[in-house]
Design a protein around this ligand. Structure first.
Ligand code: SF4
Ligand code: SF4
Length: 424
């Protein structure tokens, strides 16, 4: 693991602010795996919270309208498809009907998560109703993942600080439905001031929770890393934690779950940190899903200017550079960063081994470069490229700026293609 600057100080002490909504929303029609089937027609008027698309497979979630307005059609942005909704600024909403949580069983619990289209807010967007599909009584430890280990990001910190009652209320429900034996908050040591706050809030809800303070290291917040830090258990990538009696839920996901269970509200907004060394304003904002990043920038006194800065959706380590100001905020986006352009000049590998030292998965990233260049898929597999969590720690540590992430992503794409070809 790496010790890297946290760069959170400026945003973690700010409140969560709201911004004016955009005239057009772009709602993602692809999620964790699989696509969505659009259920509305061009020109149709829709209400806020109305379901607009359904999942076509078991691994994706529904799409709901974040505001009322008119369906414009489908827009392609940087190769992905988005349902476009024109905001009428009337906010005519479907009546929300909060479920009766008293006596709720696990089947209804999962149905509500699916109905509200809650997805993991930590990045991967895994549908939450699938994650919580665990036989009641088999869950030993529910780990609340508050380790927001990427630099700059502070959205989860703010939720733990300002919405801890909501988090405890939903944890109380989870504990009743799933009968989890332990609840552990995993937070970074740099946020140790939260410990007292969380324990006090838990007491008010008659919940027994503990707090594990993790080192301020990267990547501490990955599911496998957080499980290892909290329980000491090392589980292989691809293994379902529930098989070990474990469940890891991100703070932002629990917040969205609270809205679903106690307000009957679908997942249509989230907290996003705006930061970076080229951002004129730094802060945390409540942003509706589908808001174009260009709108967020303009409303915060910034601008889309690809000549002057990169716009990163997510954190600086795992985030992706937005190619268009229309690129929208989705349920897994915790940050938007404006960063100075860097043009590192790749040099030859000097076999220093730093990339190996920092890899949390104990892989040999330098070998991925060699075998990807040679197109040797058998060797990529034998060096366990599939176990790579794409955290970027190796690239950060490399003194020669070898394009490790390029070769890792390219190698992963080749392995995926090979698997697809094998299936067809
Ligand atoms: S090889 Fe993968 S898991 Fe290891 S440091 Fe690099 S990106 Fe992270
Ligand atoms: S850190 Fe960079 S230079 Fe060092 S072994 Fe890894 S790829 Fe080579």
């Amino acid at each position: 693991m790496l010790l890297i600057p946290s760069l959170k100080k400026k945003t973690k002490h700010q409140d969560i602010l709201s911004l004016p909504d955009p005239p057009l929303f772009y709602l993602p029609l692809g999620s964790y795996a699989g696509d969505m089937q659009v259920q509305v027609a061009e020109g149709q008027q829709v209400q806020m919270y109305q379901q607009l698309a359904a999942s076509t497979g078991p691994m994706s979630a529904k799409v709901h309208a974040p505001v009322s307005g008119t369906i414009v059609g489908i827009t392609e942005i940087s190769g992905d498809r988005f349902l476009t909704l024109k905001n009428d600024f009337r906010y005519t909403a479907q009546q929300l009907s909060p479920p009766d949580v008293d006596g709720m069983g696990s089947a209804e619990f999962l149905a509500i998560l699916a109905e509200a289209a809650v997805e993991g807010s930590g990045g991967a967007r895994f549908p939450t109703h699938l994650k919580y599909n665990i036989a009641p009584g088999t869950l030993d430890t529910l780990i609340v993942n508050g380790a927001e280990c990427e630099p700059y990001l502070s959205a989860d910190y703010l939720l733990m600080k300002t919405a801890c009652d909501n988090l405890m209320r939903v944890l109380q429900l989870v504990q009743r439905v799933l009968a989890s034996r332990k609840i552990v908050f995993a937070i970074e040591r740099q946020h140790r001031e939260l410990e007292k706050l969380l324990l006090q809030a838990a007491k008010a809800f008659s919940l027994t929770v503990s707090v594990t303070l993790l080192p301020n290291a990267y990547p501490q917040g990955g599911e496998l890393q957080v499980i290892k830090s909290v329980t000491g258990l090392e589980i292989a990538k691809g293994t379902i934690p529930a098989k070990h009696g474990l469940l890891v839920s991100n703070v932002g996901t629990l917040w969205a779950m609270h809205d679903a269970f106690f307000d009957g509200k679908p997942y249509t907004e989230r907290i996003v940190t705006l930061s970076g060394n080229r951002s004129k304003t730094l802060g945390n904002y409540l942003v509706k899903i589908g808001t174009p990043v260009g709108h967020l920038l303009v409303e915060t006194g910034n601008a889309w200017d690809s000549d002057r800065h990169s716009v990163i959706i997510g954190g600086p380590m795992m985030g992706r550079a937005a190619q268009s100001p229309l690129t929208p905020i989705h349920k897994g986006v915790g940050g938007v960063l404006l960063l100075e352009h860097t043009n590192p000049k790749a040099m030859n590998c000097i076999a220093c081994g730093y990339c190996v030292d920092v890899c949390p998965q104990r892989l040999m990233p330098l070998e991925f470069v060699r075998h990807n260049q040679e197109g040797d898929l058998a060797q990529l597999k034998s060096y366990h490229l599939d176990d790579c969590i794409a955290c970027g720690a190796c690239a950060y540590a490399c003194p020669s700026d070898v394009p490790l992430m390029y070769h890792i992503q390219s190698g992963k794409a080749k392995l995926q293609q090979e698997r697809r070809n094998g299936q067809s």
